[in-house]
Design a binder for this molecule. Structure first.
Ligand SMILES: C[S+](C)CC[C@H](N)C(=O)O
Ligand SMILES: N[C@@H](CCS)C(=O)O
Ligand SMILES: [Zn+2]
Length: 324
């Protein structure tokens, strides 16, 4: 584990808390994210809401907050009519807003007599190529025959460079749905010699494979070989699968494991809405978070359709255990 993460996990008593659904909470605050840029549209239209969401997750007890750049891509911003410098500026803004929220929150916490929080880390989010396509392929892993690892590296390269130099503590590659993209990211981290420690989290729809149907074990072998990857895990995956996934990861890797599942609802990529298939709320997350820690996760949080109240419950469950 990278030093900075190791220190945080230790301070958090063995399991650090990641924030919850970022886009979900932006919507709850009134943002319209029905947009090809999804939550990243708010970098243009409503940056104050982005900071507000970060503040709410910090207040809820998050030890790690994830920036608003999941679907912020240079081609996406160019298609919106922005200039290259503007697009790169918005990527930097996404990290800046999270850093500002972290620093302001930490300053206000230090003024309180009994600190119950840790100084949070900021992870710069990088969503998959499928997230950019906005066609549901981040949950199928099917990018078509013309997409190669080289093409994926070229897609990710400049955004990674810009975000890595914007001052985050971590880079968070989120909801990676297939092996080719995992391989491309590991190669890119080496080629660009990125010094900021990374996590790479996969998405899964069946709890046994990546969304593409490929094996976790094969992908973990690729990640295990890279010193640039500090943490591996799953996100935006139904929570009922997470305990089994942690147990499988434990057999396949020595790296720290992060899990931050969604609520169990399923994204309909065509209709662009969540289907309430089986929805787990904060009460279930409270119980499950303890089991995930016992199974070996070092970082636990929530993804889409989880909220600050979910994260408050997770934080309470994990931190109260440490006080015993
Ligand atoms: C994590 S999914 C719900 C993100 C949204 C998707 N990439 C889209 O733009 O439709
Ligand atoms: N960090 C992103 C991940 C979406 S899958 C969010 O929470 O909106
Ligand atoms: Zn998600």
């Amino acid at each position: 584990m990278a030093g900075v993460v190791e220190e945080l996990v230790k301070k958090a008593g063995g399991c650090a808390v990641i924030d919850g659904g970022f886009a979900t909470q932006l919507e709850a605050l009134g943002a319209d994210i029905n947009d090809p840029l999804w939550s990243a549209a708010c970098l243009i239209t409503k940056p104050h809401l982005i900071k507000e969401v970060h503040m709410q997750y910090l207040e809820a007890g998050a030890d790690v907050i994830i920036s608003s750049s999941y679907q912020a891509t240079i081609p996406g911003f160019l298609a919106r009519g922005l200039l290259l410098e503007e697009a790169e500026g918005l990527l930097r803004t996404s990290v800046q807003l999270a850093l500002e929220a972290r620093d302001e929150f930490w300053k206000s916490t230090l003024r309180k007599s009994k600190p119950v929080y840790n100084r949070a880390l900021v992870a710069a989010s990088i969503g998959s190529y499928g997230a950019y396509l906005a066609d549901g392929s981040e949950y199928s892993g099917s990018y078509g025959d013309d997409v190669t690892a080289e093409k994926l590296k070229d897609f990710h390269r400049r955004r990674l460079q810009v975000l890595a130099t914007a001052g985050p503590d971590l880079i968070a590659f989120e909801a990676i749905p297939n092996k080719m993209e995992a391989q491309a990211l590991v190669e890119l981290l080496e080629e660009e010699d990125i010094q900021v420690p990374s996590w790479i989290c996969f998405s899964s729809v069946d709890g046994k494979h990546l969304c593409s149907g490929e094996s976790f074990g094969d992908c973990l072998q690729i990640l295990n070989a890279s010193e640039k990857v500090a943490i591996v895990g799953v996100n935006c995956t139904p929570p009922q699968f997470v305990e089994g996934i942690i147990r499988e990861f434990k057999q396949q890797t020595k790296k720290a494991i992060a899990v931050y599942p969604n609520s169990g609802e399923v994204w309909d990529g065509r209709a662009k809405r969540w289907l309430p298939v089986e929805c787990f709320g904060r009460k279930s997350f409270d119980v499950m978070a303890r089991r995930w820690q016992e199974a070996g996760a070092s970082l636990v949080g929530g993804c889409c359709r989880t909220t600050p109240s979910t994260i408050r419950a997770v934080s309470k469950a994990l931190k109260s255990r440490n006080d015993q």
